[in-house]
Design a protein around this ligand. Structure first.
Ligand code: SAH
Length: 221
């Protein structure tokens, strides 16, 4: 990955504030989410030559055919997740690390899995300057992280053809899982809530477009 600019200027802060106002206007109401997104410099996750795009409400390529999700989508998924401090949160699809950083800024203990080695490794080297202690794993999100379960929250940030059973099994009682579910171009934002050992409640929240979740074999291997 090319050089990352790590200076957060007044200009960046101003653009970020405008983006937060836009997210609020688009219907995001959770102040913890908006506050965290106002704190995390999204431009840190961009190649320096694309800085001007960092505060537009758009998805953007991050290499390896992947994208950093649109800010509205990050806000929407995070709001659905109802995160509070010290929760153990599993993210599937680390990508740029932006979503993981927003969760960490909210006080969550974040575990994040990435299936593409190049993305995992570029973030490993960039992680310290971000000042968040995010546990990064190179592995298959379909399997989750059984050694670190149960999780209070699980967030899938790639299009899931179905919700992997292993992940549902790693959700503690009272836990919430949010995932865009669908095999085609468009996915339905789906939220599962584990009410008890045996009961799961499901609700859906409109259509989104994500890059597909990769299967067993990573494309760069
Ligand atoms: N959350 C990211 C954006 C995610 S894009 C961010 O904030 O930037 C989707 C990511 O999921 C990509 O990086 C892709 O490589 C990863 N991915 C796809 N299939 C996966 C799988 N089976 N397990 C883990 N990560 C996967």
């Amino acid at each position: 990955m090319a050089s990352i600019i790590k200076t957060d200027t007044f200009r960046h802060k101003g653009l970020r504030k405008k983006l937060i106002d836009l997210l609020r206007a688009k219907g995001i109401t959770d102040d913890n989410v908006l506050k965290a997104m106002n704190e995390v410099p999204r431009h840190f996750f961009f190649d320096s030559s694309f800085l001007e795009f960092a505060y537009e409400d758009k998805a953007f390529p991050i290499g390896s055919g992947q994208t950093i999700s649109q800010p509205y989508t990050v806000a929407f998924q995070t709001e659905l997740l109802q995160v509070s401090k010290n929760m153990h949160v599993l993210e599937v699809g680390t990508g740029s690390g932006y979503q993981a950083s927003v969760l960490a800024e909210m006080g969550a203990k974040v575990f994040s899995i990435e299936r593409q080695k190049i993305l995992y490794e570029s973030l490993k080297t960039m992680n310290p300057p971000l000042n968040y202690r995010i546990r990064l794993f190179y592995g298959d999100g379909y399997a989750g992280l059984p050694a670190h379960a149960p999780f209070d929250r699980i967030l899938i940030t790639a299009a899931a053809p179905f919700i992997p059973e292993a992940l549902v099994n790693q959700l503690g009682v009272g836990g919430i899982l949010v995932a865009p579910v669908g095999k085609n171009d468009v996915q339905i934002m789906t939220r599962l809530t584990r009410l008890s050992e045996t009961e799961i409640k499901t609700d859906t929240h409109g259509s989104f477009r994500f890059v597909p979740m990769l299967g067993d074999k990573a494309q760069d291997e």
